[in-house]
Design a binder for this molecule. Structure first.
Ligand SMILES: Cc1cc2nc3c(=O)[nH]c(=O)nc-3n(C[C@H](O)[C@H](O)[C@H](O)COP(=O)(O)OP(=O)(O)OC[C@H]3O[C@@H](n4cnc5c(N)ncnc54)[C@H](O)[C@@H]3O)c2cc1C
Length: 468
């Protein structure tokens, strides 16, 4: 197994980076012992945290880790929901918090380059100054550039433009043996051999440490509208989604969520929600060249939804109001956190959402376990929250046992419908056991061989995605 951190390692690290960038006291390592995954038994402290300032420093740290056979992993914003940045074997956490500079906005190529620790919130502000934006929006804006690449994050706005993968043009990464490599470029096409850039995207920090990222960005659309459309049940709401897409309308976002969850989130944030009627909402964001174009799509959507018995159509025009609506939707996770065991991240073919949801509703009643489910209606990605409470809101005494059983039944149903176990959060440790069950064994073997060829000593984020 791995060796423990010793004084020789600390001394060598101090020759690489300033001693003030190294933490060895346990009481200062709380932030590095967990991510946003709520299961308390997943928490684990590292033996040492280091906050390097350059790629060269990271390269030297990786060489030391190989020499002494100690595990290490990279941590971004710690907002992950799969336990990917929890140091389950102790060892070293490399925090990217000091590598947080914005490096370049290339307006001609429409690309932005930043260090891996630059946050999504900072990117949004930076681009807004130039009337530009980064379309993917994983809900928690303290996520970092490196983190969103490593999980191939998605979010509510993936319908029109796809996940983070579609926007990553280049990265600088340090491989487990310490080599610094540049993958991709300011290019929109690349057929030059195996695409290792795309192998790195979504690899959850198991193949290399990302130090810089270049993303495609876009001019901020001139016009946008957010529609909140209430229905009295989820089937009517979901029926409208394929009809909207078949009309050739491609919204930036199509979400479905119950009014109960929205109320919990708006109360948590102390904000107001403009719609009072309905049990379930479709939340649709439209953007385009001008208001005429967007309003035309909005009218077509309203017609389709009213035909499917929508109760009303609320339209938000003001940008601040639209941002507030998205914020309330994005923070549902936080509002549910105190009773959540795990937020599932199942992704299904779009036409399987409704039958799967029906099955989840049946399971909810059979098991008497509240399973609030919401998600990205147009891209098939659902977040069922495994909760500790029954349908009356009381804590279930044997919730841990029930949770294991019920989550398996839900995943069996989803994979039986052509679904997969993660649409955007990644596998980390939380869903690792399901990789063996739901992944073709030949493909899993190939994945393990890839990991071994990048990291023969298995020192970089070991025990994540699968066990070697
Ligand atoms: C309230 C809330 C809402 C969320 N909404 C969404 C959503 O809508 N869509 C979505 O996709 N996700 C969502 N997430 C999950 C989370 O924000 C994403 O997974 C995000 O990509 C994690 O980024 P991070 O910087 O926090 O990474 P971390 O949590 O620090 O790490 C995540 C993984 O990436 C690795 N990693 C991080 N940085 C690097 C690096 N520089 N080099 C190598 N490996 C690295 C870590 O080792 C770990 O395996 C949400 C989370 C919360 C708390």
């Amino acid at each position: 197994m791995y060796n423990k951190i010793n004084s020789n390692i600390i001394q060598e690290l101090e020759t690489i980076t300033d001693a003030k960038n190294i933490i060895t006291e346990k009481d200062k390592m709380e932030d590095y012992s967990h991510d946003e995954t709520v299961l308390p038994h997943l928490k684990h402290y590292p033996e040492l945290v280091v906050k390097p300032c350059t790629s060269k420093e990271i390269s030297e740290i990786l060489k030391i880790a190989n020499k002494y056979n100690v595990p290490l992993l990279a941590k971004g914003g710690g907002t992950g929901l799969a336990g990917g940045s929890i140091p389950i074997f102790g060892g070293i956490v490399i925090s990217l918090e000091k590598m947080n500079k914005f490096l370049e906005l290339d307006e001609e190529n429409l690309m932005a380059t930043m260090e891996a620790g630059f946050t999504l919130r900072e990117l949004k502000e930076k681009l807004k100054e130039k009337n530009m934006f980064f379309p993917p929006h994983p809900g928690e804006e303290s996520a970092t550039a490196g983190g969103i690449v490593c999980t191939n994050a998605g979010g509510a706005r993936a319908v029109k433009y796809g996940t983070v993968r579609n926007f990553v043009r280049a990265i600088e990464a340090v491989l487990p043996d310490g080599h610094i490599v540049n993958l991709g470029g300011k290019l929109l096409k690349d057929s030059s051999g195996y695409n290792l850039l795309h192998l790195m995207i979504g690899s959850e920090g198991t193949l290399g440490i990302i130090t810089k990222a270049t993303f495609s960005v876009m001019p901020l659309p001139e016009a946008s509208l957010t529609l909140i459309i209430p229905f009295d049940n989820v089937s009517k709401a979901l029926k409208s989604v394929p009809e909207i897409l078949c009309k050739g309308i491609v919204p930036l976002s199509v979400e479905f969520i119950s009014s109960k969850l929205i109320n919990m989130s708006k109360d948590y944030l102390k904000k107001t929600w403009p719609v009072k009627t309905g049990e379930v909402y479709l939340l649709i964001i439209l953007e385009g060249e001008d208001m005429e174009e967007v309003e035309k799509s909005s009218l077509k959507i309203s017609d389709i939804c009213m035909k499917n018995e929508a109760l009303d159509v609320f339209v938000a025009e003001e940008r601040e109001k639209q941002e507030e609506i998205l914020e309330i939707r994005s923070m549902v996770y936080e509002a549910l956190k105190s009773i959540t065991i795990e937020a599932l991240d199942i992704v299904l073919p779009r036409n399987q959402i409704e039958p799967h949801l029906k099955r989840v509703e049946e399971i909810e009643i059979e098991a008497d376990m509240w399973l609030p489910t919401f998600g990205h209606a147009a891209d098939g990605n659902l977040h069922t929250h495994m909760s500790k409470v029954n349908l009356k809101g009381e804590i279930i005494p044997d919730w841990e046992e029930k949770y294991e059983k019920i989550r398996r039944i839900i995943h069996d149903d989803a994979t039986g419908r052509g679904g997969k176990i993660s649409g955007e959060h990644g596998i980390g440790i939380v869903k690792k056991e399901y990789m063996n069950i739901f992944t073709d064994s030949t493909l899993l073997k190939l994945m393990k061989e890839i990991k071994r060829s990048f990291d023969p000593n298995n020192i970089l984020n070991p025990g994540k995605i699968f066990d070697l």
